[in-house]
Structures are given as C-alpha cells and as structure tokens.
Design a protein around this ligand. Structure first.
Ligand code: ADP
Ligand code: MG
Ligand code: ZN
Length: 504
C-alpha cells in the first residue's frame, strides 16, 4: 500500500475534495462513568496508580458462577446524559451479551445493550466556524470496560503480553450519533461539546488522553447530490481532539483519492497514527451478527419509572447551551464571548465568581478580562495552572479600571502579577505607583503646566491644527502614564477653548 503524500496541503486538498464529494460522519463515543464501584461488582474504580490486578473479584475476573448486580449510579449517569441531550428512556430496557473472544475480556462476552438502549433520540447543538450545527444522537447505552493489555519485554528478553484486570468491568457509556456530521471540524467540535456536557453534568471526567473518553469515527463519502450512503470506514485510536479532526480529514481525502482512482472501498476498521498523520488498516469490519447478541440471563429487565426520571431531571445543573443563551440575553455578551467563556470551565468559573463578588461590574468588561487576559495567562502557564483561585482580587481590580482609577495597560500588569505570581492587587499598584490620576483638581494643575510650557502648540491649536494628541501626550508624560486620558483631553479642550480663543 502506498502512503499518500499530502502533508501541509490537507486544507487545500480537503476543500477541493469537498467540492466534489460530501463527507458523511457518525461518531461513537465511549466514556468511563464516574462511579465509586464497577458496573457489576463492588470493586473500587479508583485503581489509578494501584498495583495491577489489585481491584478485582470473581465477577470482574469473569470466574465461572459469579453473578453480576447492576450499579444504580451508572444507570443514573446514562439517564442523566440522555436528559441533557433531550433523549427519552423506554419503559423497560434489558442487557444483552455481546460475545467475542479477546484476552482482555475474561467472560468471553461483554454485558452491553443492543435492542433497547437506556436512552434514545437526542440532539446536541454546538458552534463551528461555519455556524451552529445540530447532530442527532441515536442512542446512549450502558456497557462495561475491558481489562488492559500491556505488551512488554519479560525478564528473559522475550516479548510478553500481560493483563491488568483493574479496568475490567468499569462502567462505560456508549453514545452514538446519527450520520449527521459533514466535516472533520464539526466532528471535533461535537466531541468537544460532548466532553463539556459530560463534565458539566458530572457523569464522566472524560479525559481523552487518559482514555476516559474514546472517540471513534465512521467516515464515508458520496458524490454531492447523492442520497445513498457510501461504504464507511471506522477510525479508531485518536487520543486527542486534534487527532479526531486530523484523522477524519485524512480519511476523507484518502477515500476521495481511492474513488477517483477507481479503487474499491471496503468496510473496515482503520487505526490513526498521529506520528505518520495517516490511517492504516486494522481489520475488516465485523457485522453485528458476529456477536450473537442475546438477552443477559443473569440480570432482569430494568424498568425506568417516570418519577425516577423526574428526580434526575430536577438535579440537572445549568447546561452549556442554556448558559450561553443566558450570557447573551441576561449578560449582554457577544455570542463569541459567551462561547469562549462557556467552553472553558476555568473561564466560566472566573466570570461567575467575579460577578458574584461585584454584581455592579459591567459583564462585558469582566468578559474581556476573562477571555483576553485570563485565558491567555492560563495558556502561557499551562499544566496545573498557577494555584490562583477565582475570583481573588480581580473584582477589585476591574472596579478600579471601570472607575478610571488605573489605566488598562497598568491593570494588565497588575492582573498578571496577581494571577501568575499570587501578588495582592493593592500591593502591586502601590509598589509600582499605578494609581491613575482621575481627580479634576490634579489633572487641571498638570494641564495648566503643560499649556504654559507650550505656547507654540497653543497657537497651533487656535489656528485649527490637530494638536490635541500632542497635549494629551504631554500630560501623560508629566504623569508617567497615570493620568486618565479622557479626563485629560476634556480638561485641555476646556482650558484652551475657554481662554478666549473662540470658535470660528
Ligand atoms: P456499528 O454498531 O456496527 O458500529 P452502527 O450502524 O450502529 O454500526 O453505526 C455506528 C455509527 O456509524 C453511527 O454513528 C452511524 O451514524 C454511523 N454510520 C453508519 N453508516 C455510516 C456511513 N455509511 N457513513 C458514515 N457513518 C455511518
Ligand atoms: Mg461501531
Ligand atoms: Zn470486581
């Protein structure tokens, strides 16, 4: 197989391809649910850093005769997710066995859901560079995670494969979209919005790098105007949002080239290699018949009554979409600012905390500080952040800016010292002499000095020349940048116009 060379041209190539072909994408997301114990046993899910196989029991080791019991919290998490995407629960659901052999699956089957998922028919709406997109969500169902295989080198130098069953039986939710997505970017944005939602409602930590959220993309193309779906490829092994976008973009291009060259598409599963920037064949796709699904005999059907659903609905926090809407209508933010703030929980926290501390601050001004300064600093500091906890002295600082008692440039310096180095705002302002001169008496005194010292500029002003900026500059210079520029300009005009110059 030849590796197509297209590095650096993916954007140009993609747009040319997309004129002829329409990409059709459906996404399957698996996420580990945030529960205390595993899906069908009482083993703890807090196995991170624990010795291999220390969080196991006969149930999650798949020993013969062990019986599963269902985790109520996990069921509630799926129901809550369904409610958050406007899906609905059937009156009864059941579990099915999905049979296949693999060393990480000790029972030889996974307890999953096939015919009747816990939640069905929802939607998720999110923003893309081309405008808002709404994707249908076919189903959200409950299953269990597999053990982890570790491929290593044994003491004798031979390659060995080891199995760690700590992850075996961890509650897993699968969320499957309709084939509604039409671009790599929209697919990435869907995954990002879903992660934000899962975190907001507290059902999953959904960290992609840590495998708590795994995204698989089903990708096909069809000539524009064609209604029938093309043969799809399922792409796996993308472990960041960026890889999701790159992998799908690559796959669209690859399929278009194959089609243009008259090649035959096969339904298969392909892996994504981040290093090579390409997908590679893993296996030809098995059909669902291969799994011999049948109802799980060890668990009774599960009824979901209305009252249970209503209780969970009442517990839902404000969802990202509702919050964006509220920021537009109640706070008067632009949709850009609302998106930036809501999409980053740290930004949301800061924005909310500042306004909670001082409700009289203009939300737009607070939003500017959060989106421009705060996120920029957090991005620069990276990693675990700065140890700063919102709102700190930020409400007081923004208050000074709004009241014209510190210049914006100086305030930015103070903000950085506060957020990054943990310095107190008042202290930095005092130390650096940043209190802005905004009282009329002090400004008038300085304006008088500047006018007296510049008779030529005064004459120019009276001759109608545009020298006002020069005067403001002189006032700034005299005060080391600490005069309120607006007040200074007004004072200068008042002085010069009032001193008998007369206006034409
Ligand atoms: P499976 O369970 O075998 O993976 P499904 O039929 O449940 O297959 O579909 C999985 C995902 O693939 C869904 O998101 C669905 O929308 C999407 N999908 C199905 N057919 C296509 C296609 N031809 N092109 C793109 N996506 C598709
Ligand atoms: Mg699939
Ligand atoms: Zn167990």
């Amino acid at each position: 197989m030849t590796a197509p060379v297209r590095s650096g041209q993916s954007t140009r190539g993609a747009s040319a391809t997309l004129e002829r072909y329409e990409a059709v994408i459906g996404i399957e997301v698996h996420c580990q649910l945030r529960t205390v114990s595993k899906m069908f046993c009482s083993c703890s899910t807090a196995y991170d850093g624990a010795p291999p196989n220390s969080h196991t029991c006969p149930v999650c080791l798949g020993l013969p005769g062990a019986l599963p019991t269902i985790n109520r919290q996990a069921v509630e998490h799926v129901l809550t997710t369904g409610l958050a995407i406007g899906a609905s629960a059937p009156p009864t659901t059941r579990r099915e066995r999905k049979n296949y052999f693999y060393p990480d699956l000790p029972k030889g089957y996974q307890i999953s859901q096939y015919e009747i998922p816990l939640m069905a028919n929802g939607t998720l709406t999110f923003d893309t560079s081309g405008g808002p997109v709404t994707v249908g969500i076919r189903r959200a169902h409950l299953e269990e995670d597999t053990a982890k295989l570790i491929h290593a080198e044994g003491a004798d130098g031979r390659r060995v494969s080891l199995v760690d069953f700590n992850r075996s039986g961890v509650p897993l939710m699968e969320i499957v979209t309709e084939a509604d997505l039409r671009s790599a970017e929209a697919s990435r944005r869907y995954a990002e919005e879903l992660q934000l939602l899962l975190r907001t409602i507290g059902v999953s930590d959904a960290d992609m790098e840590r495998g708590q959220m795994r995204v698989e993309a089903n990708v096909s193309i069809r000539p524009r105007g064609e209604q029938r779906l093309g043969i799809r490829v399922e792409v796996k092994n993308m472990n960041s949002f960026r890889s999701v976008e790159r992998a799908i973009g690559f796959e669209i291009e690859r399929q278009a080239e194959l089609r243009d060259a008259g090649g035959a598409m096969v339904q298969e599963t392909r892996g994504w290699s981040d290093d090579r920037g390409s997908t590679y064949p893993m296996r030809t796709k098995e059909d669902s018949e291969d799994y011999r699904y049948f109802p799980e005999p060890d668990l009774p059907p599960l009824s979901v009554d209305r009252a249970w659903i209503e209780r969970l609905k009442a517990r839902l926090p404000e969802l990202p979409s509702a919050r964006r809407g509220r920021y537009l209508t109640e706070r008067g933010l632009s949709s850009y600012d609302a998106n930036v703030i809501v999409n980053d929980p740290r930004a949301t926290e800061m924005f909310e905390a500042v306004l909670a501390a001082d409700a009289s601050l203009p939300p737009k001004e607070v939003a500017n500080w959060v989106t421009n300064e705060y996120l920029r600093l957090l991005g620069r500091v990276g990693g675990d952040g700065t140890g700063f906890s919102a709102p700190g002295d930020v409400p007081a600082l923004i208050r000074l800016v709004v009241d014209g008692r510190i210049t914006k440039a100086n305030a930015k310096e103070v903000f950085e010292a506060h957020v990054v180095d943990g310095r107190r705002v008042e202290e930095v302002i005092r130390e650096r002499g940043f209190h802005q001169i905004s009282d009329a008496v002090s400004i008038d005194a300085i304006v008088d000095e500047v006018i007296a010292a510049n008779p030529k500029a005064v004459a120019d002003y009276r001759a109608g020349k545009p020298v006002i900026g020069f005067f403001v500059g002189q006032v700034m210079k005299a005060t080391r940048g600490q005069a309120n520029a607006g007040l200074a300009e007004a004072a200068i005009r008042a002085r010069l116009d009032g001193a008998g110059a007369g206006e034409g």
